[in-house]
Design a protein around this ligand. Structure first.
Ligand code: SAH
Ligand code: SF4
Ligand code: F3S
Length: 466
């Protein structure tokens, strides 16, 4: 029996158990998954939800449920703190519902110190597993339901990719697709390679098959996911480039928009720029993390490009594809960062004119090379630099956004506006949001909207007939 069949059998076993328990309780059993972290985790949660749903659970957003799973992130310390804080709340629920099961998975669980702490101080947790054995969730769920003691299964790494397990998509009209797992870059501040393991790519045929299936289910927009999509395919027995994968994805009927995340500047090829430029379905948005604008800091970060190299790349992209939005990630307060280094970062922000940027305060991750570096920057200085960087980021983002004033743009309608139910929220090709009067029947369709009033990061507009 292969691994897929094995897990499908466990789903069946879980279904019988869940059915039996809900008969006893005379109500359906509920399950809630809370996701922390990146798009990769969000996609994993869709797979975990698929398994819970097939096992007979009613999926809810309410954490006061019969089965609660936290899919955790550990990229910065505040992500960890949030999990510990919320676990206390879960314990309160469990006291009122002793049959409740609490499970933890994801990147945080790949750290031994975290698991030790949970075993010691959070003994009410029923199941712990990690990122490498996530495909075994059905089996672990079954064991948790029958064993009555904490189940812990953690793997150090894996080369297995199990295809075709059930998934439950959050949106009907768009979906993420993993094209690769893990990371080999070892940027000196980053914990991801340690908790997600070595880089491995999915077979292109498996990816294309999954996307064709999504297209036949009505999905219009897909996001190809990987920590460094530009190095896709290098580990395959028949290597292909990321650009070539995009060309093949582009041919799939029904898919109208293609996005991808994340591009490492050091691996961004001319071939990729050419494919983005010449493929109408590929969205005009590139997330190109800068991290720092100082060559000295970039070197200490092990990013393997220089300030000048990044600037030249960004300029080439803007020349070739003038409409493209370039967004980025920036870390402030890396060990040894001086005011001049921050000036360099600000200089790059101004020269490139980012359409948006996520600015993070450096967080020391135990076990990474940067954690052992001398010259950790004091908090007050980091705060000052952070504010300086943020101010310029907001300036350039606003300038870039205002350039679109008065244009008419196709948008994929995603949801009812959070604050005003008479408005719908749509996403443009360049990833910017626009809010406009409309009704929920538009969700999932692509309509044209005029960009009337700019509010910095987003627009208000009106639907225009085409
Ligand atoms: N693979 C992607 C990013 C993954 S993590 C890439 O290489 O671009 C997402 C972002 O978190 C990173 O781009 C970085 O800006 C930030 N980050 C990672 N480790 C961090 C740390 N220790 N402290 C602060 N920010 C960090
Ligand atoms: Fe982390 Fe660098 Fe890998 Fe991105 S490329 S996940 S920042 S090690
Ligand atoms: Fe966080 Fe893991 Fe993603 S550490 S950012 S959830 S890969």
């Amino acid at each position: 029996m292969n691994e897929l069949e094995n897990q499908l059998e466990y789903i069946e076993k879980c279904r019988h158990l869940v059915e039996q328990i809900s008969k006893e309780k005379k109500r359906p059993l509920t399950a809630c998954i809370t996701t922390f972290g990146c798009q990769m985790n969000a996609r994993d949660s869709e797979k975990l939800t698929g398994i819970l749903k097939r096992s007979g659970y009613l999926i809810t957003e309410d954490e006061n449920a019969d089965f609660v799973l936290y899919n955790t992130c550990t990229v910065r310390d505040n992500a960890n703190m949030r999990v510990y804080g919320r676990l206390g709340v879960l314990n309160g629920y469990k006291k009122r519902n002793p049959d409740m099961k609490i499970a933890l998975c994801g990147c945080m669980m790949q750290e031994q110190t975290v698991v030790d702490k949970i075993r010691q101080s959070y003994r009410f947790v029923d199941l712990i597993f990690g990122t490498h054995n996530i495909f075994r969730f059905a089996e672990l769920l079954y064991r948790t339901l029958i064993e009555g003691k904490t189940v812990i299964e953690l793997w150090q790494d894996t080369d297995q990719i199990v295809e075709d397990l059930p998934v439950e998509r959050r949106y009907a009209f768009k979906s993420g697709i993993n094209i690769m797992f893990g990371c080999n870059n070892f940027c000196s501040y980053c914990i991801v390679p340690y908790v997600r393991g070595r880089e491995r790519s999915r077979e292109p045929d498996e990816i294309l098959k999954e996307i064709r299936k999504l297209a036949s289910d009505g999905v219009k927009e897909i996001m190809l996911l990987g920590q460094n999509v530009n190095s896709y395919g290098k580990t395959l027995s028949y290597p292909i480039s990321f650009a070539e994968l995009l060309r093949r994805v582009h041919e799939i009927d029904g898919i109208e928009r293609i996005r991808f995340m994340t591009s490492h500047p050091k691996d961004l090829s001319d071939e990729l720029i050419e494919v983005i430029k010449t493929s109408p379905k590929i969205c005009k948005h590139l997330h190109l993390p800068l991290q720092s604008g100082s060559t000295r800091i970039l070197q200490a970060m092990n990013r393997r490009y220089t300030k000048e190299g990044y600037l030249a790349l960004a300029q080439k992209i803007r020349e070739e594809i003038p409409d493209i939005a370039i967004t980025t990630d920036i870390i402030v307060g890396f060990p040894g960062e001086s005011a001049e280094d921050v000036d360099d970062t600000i200089d790059v922000i101004r020269q490139v004119g980012f359409d948006n940027a996520f600015t993070f305060i450096y967080s020391k991750r135990t076990g990474t090379p940067a954690a052992a570096m001398e010259d950790q920057v004091p908090e007050d200085i980091v705060k000052e630099s952070f504010d300086r960087v943020l101010k310029v980021v907001q300036e350039t983002a606003k300038n870039r956004a205002s350039l679109l004033q008065g244009r008419q743009e196709p948008v994929l309608v995603e949801e009812v506006n959070e604050h005003d139910p008479s408005l719908m929220t749509g996403r443009m090709s360049n990833n910017m949001l626009v809010h406009f009067p409309g009704d929920p029947s538009l969700i999932g369709s692509i309509v044209t909207v005029s960009l009337d009033v700019c509010h910095g990061f987003y627009y208000f507009g009106k639907r225009v007939e085409q």
